[in-house]
Design a protein around this ligand. Sequence first.
Ligand code: HPA
Length: 288
Amino acid sequence: MAQHSADSTPHGPAAWRSRLDTLEAAVRARTALVPRLGIVLGSGLGGLADEIDHPVAIPFTELPGWPAATAPGHAGKLLLGELAGIPVVALQGRFHLYEGHPVGLVVQPVLLMRRLGAPVVVLTNASGGVDASYRAGTLMLITDHLNLTGVNPLIGSNDESMGPRFPDMVDAWDPALRALLRRAAGDLDIPVEEGIYAQLLGPNYETPAEVRMLRTMGASAVGMSTALEAVAARWAGLRVAGISLVTNPGAGVTGEPLTHEEVLAAGEAAGPRMRALVRRFVELLAEA
Ligand code: HPA
């Protein structure tokens, strides 16, 4: 990962402004929609995009510098449209470190959402249950995270006009937004848990020892995305909420091997609940 360079070319956040200028122009060539909310749709959760009315869909490869999405279950499109009558921008698929992408690219979509005018972002993902009581299909509202990737998107020269050098991470996962998510879930009788999400690099699933380690660290779910996006989003002043779909008990919990197929299948199965929850949340956010 080219986080450190000996030459004087700006790297890290200081290099992002011009990249975002180009991306913003590419989006603005297609739509003037100003989103009130950004949504990142994780593995198997892309179906939520069907809730978006009058979508302008931009394939990743038509956005300057964005490669195609390679992770299975990721369509690779940026969508701008309306959800429950509210203008939104949604990322159907995302960029992961395990695909070999630089961390600056991993966080670019949420920064682009900010650029396009969204003040709030909802990050969704698929995860393994570290809390042994979580069954496949559990929805967990993210209360906090452990960034265990060993990487940080904010390394390099900072751009103070975009965000501070040392951003605060207390209540990074916005308590008021989480309360709205709880209310949305209550309105729909959808059970939700709350817990801490740990991001590891992947792409292998964890060892049972790693899952036990994560449990002692206080994590309730584990995955390969999201925490880095949350760090960059907070830096840039976005309010952040997160929903993790626990697609499987973590490694070693049941003794069964983990497969990507079960992750996608659980995503499909939970799709309607997830869609309803996000739609209701958007309605409540619009009223708030
Ligand atoms: N571990 C990491 N990432 C995941 C898992 C898991 O068990 N399930 C879905 N995404």
